[in-house]
Design a protein around this ligand. Sequence first.
Ligand SMILES: Nc1ncnc2c1ncn2[C@@H]1O[C@H](COP(=O)(O)OP(=O)(O)OP(=O)(O)O)[C@@H](O)[C@H]1O
Ligand SMILES: [Mg+2]
Length: 421
Amino acid sequence: MAAISMKNIVKLYGDGFPAVNEVSLDVRDGEFMILVGPSGCGKSTLLRMIVGLEDITSGEMRIGERVVNKIAPRARNLSMVFQNYALYPHLTVFENIAFPLRLAKVPGDEVQRRVTETAELLELTEHLERKPAHLSGGQRQRVAMGRAIVRQADAFLFDEPLSNLDAKLRGQMRTEISRLQRRLGVTTVYVTHDQTEAMTLGDRVAVLRRGVLQQVGSPRELYEEPVNLFVAGFIGSPSMNFLPASVDRSADGASLHTPLGRFELRDPRKAAAIGEREVVLVGIRPEHFEDALLVGEEKRLRGSIVQARVDVTEWLGNELYAYVPYEAPPDVAAQLRDLSRELDSDQLRTQAVVALDAGSLITAGHDADLWIDTSRIHIFDPATGTNLTRDEERVAELSRVAEQSRDAQRRAQREAPDPAA
Ligand SMILES: Nc1ncnc2c1ncn2[C@@H]1O[C@H](COP(=O)(O)OP(=O)(O)OP(=O)(O)O)[C@@H](O)[C@H]1O
Ligand SMILES: [Mg+2]
């Protein structure tokens, strides 16, 4: 096991395009790190540089104590699982798992022992003599994982390993991978663009945009305290709403005029963060709205109420989505449209999406009173996209919580009875 440390890693492809640009990232020993970002942002390129399948243009890559820039993939002692599994069709499950051990000329009885153990861990024992073509997608995925874990590598690298599976299997494999990683305690870097995987699997998540690292933090930190518009829009589903707002300063704070209506910003810290700006972007997650009729008196006072015309509703059983189109000045509308395109989002940006209690009776075509939890809103600089209201104290607290829960989970996994025993 080993830590992976990247310093100012750059990858220029032949055409001079920086696919990865000055990325510095430390993956701790035993940590589960997720890499996310839209298609083409450089996730696979970064992963392939860790394994050694891609040359590093500049910067320093360390695995444990060693600088590996010039070290051949095979000598790095890492295991990679690819999206397409890359199993050998003519070999049995046993031999597929045994493959890296055979390459390393491990003695036959040890191969037998390690493959048997791995197969038990992955519940593949009864399939060991079958060929990959006769297995289900999930079983093939487990064989690919078996091949990766059988050889006691210093780290595991996964490139969207579950993207070929259907939703139910993805869910099952996700929990399997999580459990396995915590049990084995092996440093892991996992590329995905699946929201749920990003939020649930990792100890920390690193968000990339056009080859540039935006933020690294626990899933909760990225959700609650994103550093900029990009991370705020990328993490969370449906995405955070961004509303242009003009600012009116008053003695006890500020009020914000948004296309959904005007509301008071009572938190003096947030009001101060606006500084001298006349116009800002207000970020409100869909889940921080509620049908005002369903909000009790005490909660109501903690937020603000706006009146908005809902044009479409979607009742999902556990919640209700309502869509609220709004007008925005052309330059802001264009900026939001660009952001939405870059985020691979299917949302039109000049409509707010609000997630309400499923008991709400709000209907399309009518005005509705919407309560906004103003304590949860973020304010962004429209020029730079920087989150002006990031709360460093909260960030420190969230990191501490993440650290504790990670240790607790590891301990629980190590002490749990071995399912293969
Ligand atoms: N062999 C190559 N030659 C030139 N450009 C490349 C090469 N491989 C990747 N790129 C470019 O580098 C950028 C990053 O590609 P990469 O495959 O790392 O993205 P990704 O984040 O893994 O995307 P996806 O989610 O679609 O897999 C892209 O713009 C891509 O076009
Ligand atoms: Mg990729």
